[in-house]
Design a protein around this ligand. Structure first.
Ligand code: ADP
Ligand code: MG
Ligand code: ZN
Length: 611
């Protein structure tokens, strides 16, 4: 049996485990099961039992110097007792005198013959283990499609999804219309290849879905599987990375062999970057195993004939780290961007997921979508769920607008910390800080309207925050608007300075955001006089956080720092000016917030207009 040879190691391992288990069973369980429970008593008690006539059967075990007997105890139950035999020649007479019905026979069960013992303690459990193992192997085999051996190392564990299985279709994917269009072309090709071949068009062999995490790349691929009605092989890049050297490459080979047999079909490789990273040029630390896997993938993609109808889809959120060889024509030559959803997209995604929960009438999805700019599809899906949970907790039958708005805040800022202890003085500082932001925002033309101000602490550590929501979608930001945003960020700190004459750590997040924005204005958006339209930083990781790398000399970097500092100082100054010329309003609003803890945008506007 060949397959057993290849898997010697695990079988040995299982044997050892089985033997250890058997030993434990023998030591702990079997003795109790096989032998009756025996109570040891002293000779006096034995004699008392005789006198009271409670003994049924007696066995005198000469060789062991002990007596076993069956007697009825106080509760009327028959029990086996054991006692040490004394040198008592009258014992037998005594027993007869008392009650001649006592039987002399075996009380303890017969010791099993060594052979039987062996059978019970070793052979039977072994057979049981063997059968269990066999059953496990069988059920494993069933899950490996096309594989007729269990333990098929090197076989890809690609799951074949046939349409019914994923149960997803394009209608489950909201927004992402361009991506859906590009993918439906592929689906169409698989259904009517002759239409394309007649004209002589051949479809791209591979399409790469790129975009930030949670935008629905995996979901899109599953939808394609649902729509295409052809076999769908799905494997994640990390599944190629094996414990054993060379197995990754073998898996790739096997995957494509299976795909070729099942053509027309779709192969989907999720998280392609795990195997598709750029190969290092020499040096130590190169990952041979990964390179082999990648090489095998490149070879296979060249090797098969696109006309047979094998389409390779892949998804990644790190396209910049992929090996260029993967991206050249003939391989993943079509890129399908799956970006963060825009306003309409967010609204559509909220609606798709809201279909699964019951909503109270009149829920305004547009408002929620406007408040969640920058959120991914996964986050939006999460928000709907986070809104449904408190609805259940509050014993409601449907999800209301309030719960949806609260869940937006939960996803963006964490849960409310109901039992957080914030002293009155700190609350006062936080109130002025937040009103500082809101007032600076309101007194400038180009900023988003204030939607909500709160000083309820959140699990993210925020002691309060001011939520601004744009009226529509914003795609461009002018220099002046960016500067106003900086001033708004500085507003919290400025209010603290103006009212309390000192500053707190509460502005740390504002400082971080302001610095990021100011840096980007100078190094990437060309918004400084000194550097004009020079790119001084490059974004290296577009979809994952957007880390930047300096692309200028050290002297220039020092000058950039100066510019950033000057810009932020300017903005800070503007915020301070705005607040000091509106001090009465600042006091009034802060007192109101301190009392209410939450102010809505309308309330805020009303107070502003009254003054
Ligand atoms: P990724 O791009 O990281 O592969 P997924 O496809 O795994 O993201 O998306 C995660 C979840 O987010 C999906 O299961 C779905 O519930 C939700 N989601 C993301 N984008 C969309 C979308 N465009 N329409 C509907 N749901 C979406
Ligand atoms: Mg994914
Ligand atoms: Zn702040």
């Amino acid at each position: 049996m060949k397959e057993q040879k290849t898997s010697k190691k695990p079988i040995l391992f299982y044997c050892i485990v089985a033997i250890i288990l058997l030993m434990l069973l023998n030591a702990l369980v079997f003795p109790k099961v096989l032998q009756p429970r025996v109570t040891e008593v002293d000779y006096g008690t034995f004699l008392r039992f005789i006198d009271e006539g409670k003994i049924k059967t007696v066995e005198i075990q000469d060789e062991e110097q002990r007596i076993a007997f069956l007697a009825v105890d106080e509760s009327g139950e028959e029990k086996v007792y054991i006692t040490t035999a004394m040198n008592d020649p009258n014992l037998v007479d005594r027993l007869y005198q008392k009650d001649s019905k006592i039987a002399f026979s075996r009380v303890l069960p017969q010791e099993n013959s060594p052979l039987l013992n062996f059978l019970y303690t070793w052979i039977l459990p072994s057979v049981a283990f063997y059968l269990l193992g066999l059953w496990l192997m069988r059920s494993m085999q069933k899950r490996v499609p096309g594989g007729n051996n269990a333990m098929t190392f090197g076989k890809s564990n690609a799951k074949i999804y046939v349409e019914a299985k994923t149960g997803k279709s394009f209608s489950d994917v909201a927004g992402q219309d361009e991506a859906k269009e590009a993918l439906s072309e592929i689906v169409d090709f698989l259904h009517h290849p002759d239409r394309y071949t007649q004209i002589g068009a051949s479809l791209p062999k591979g399409a790469l879905l790129v975009g930030p995490p949670g935008t629905g790349k995996t979901l899109l691929a599953q939808a394609v599987a649902g729509e295409a009605k052809v076999p769908f092989f799905s494997i994640s890049g990390s599944e190629f990375v094996e414990m054993f050297v060379g197995m990754g490459a073998a898996k790739v080979r096997d995957l494509f062999q299976q795909a070729n047999e099942k053509a027309p079909c779709i192969v989907f490789i999720d998280e392609l970057d795990t195997i598709g990273k750029k190969r290092d040029t020499g040096g130590i630390g190169g990952n041979d195993e990964r390179e082999q896997t990648l090489n095998q993938l490149l070879t296979e993609m060249d090797g098969f004939d696109g006309k047979r109808g094998v389409v390779i889809l892949a998804a990644t959120n790190r396209p910049d780290s992929l090996d260029p060889a993967l991206l050249r024509p003939g391989r993943f030559d079509r890129r399908i961007p799956v970006e963060l959803p825009d306003l309409a997209g967010r609204e559509a995604i909220l609606k798709v997921h809201a279909n699964k929960v019951r909503l109270s009438p009149g829920v305004d999805f547009n408002a929620i979508a406007r408040a969640t700019s920058g959120a991914s599809g996964a986050e939006l899906a999460n928000m709907i769920n986070e809104a449904a949970l408190p609805a259940v907790r509050n014993g409601r039958k449907a999800v209301s607008q309030e719960e949806l708005e609260e869940s937006v805040e939960v996803v963006l800022a964490g849960y409310q910390r109901k039992n957080a202890v914030v002293s009155e003085r700190e609350k006062k500082i936080v109130s002025y800080h937040e009103i500082g932001h809101a007032l600076v925002a309101a007194k400038q033309e180009g900023t988003a309207p204030v939607h909500k101000i709160t000083i309820v602490p959140r699990t993210s550590g925020a002691l309060g925050y001011t939520m601004q929501v744009e009226a529509g979608e914003r795609l461009l930001l002018s220099r002046e608007e960016a500067f106003q945003r900086l001033a708004t960020l500085a507003g919290g700190r400025a209010a603290e300075e103006l009212i309390f004459g000192s500053v707190t750590t509460g502005a740390s997040n504002d400082i971080e955001q302001a610095t990021k924005l100011a840096r980007a204005m100078i190094t990437r958006y060309g918004m400084s006089e000194t550097f004009d339209m020079t790119a001084l930083e490059t974004v290296s990781n577009q979809y994952l956080g957007g880390d930047t790398a300096l692309a200028c000399s050290a002297q220039t970097a020092a000058k950039v720092d100066e510019e950033v500092i000057a810009l932020i100082k300017d903005a800070h100054h503007r915020a301070y000016e705005i607040l000091s010329s509106n001090q009465a309003l600042l006091h009034q609003l802060a007192a109101y917030l301190l009392e209410r803890e939450i102010i809505t945008g309308e309330e805020f506007q009303k107070i502003l207009e009254e003054n």
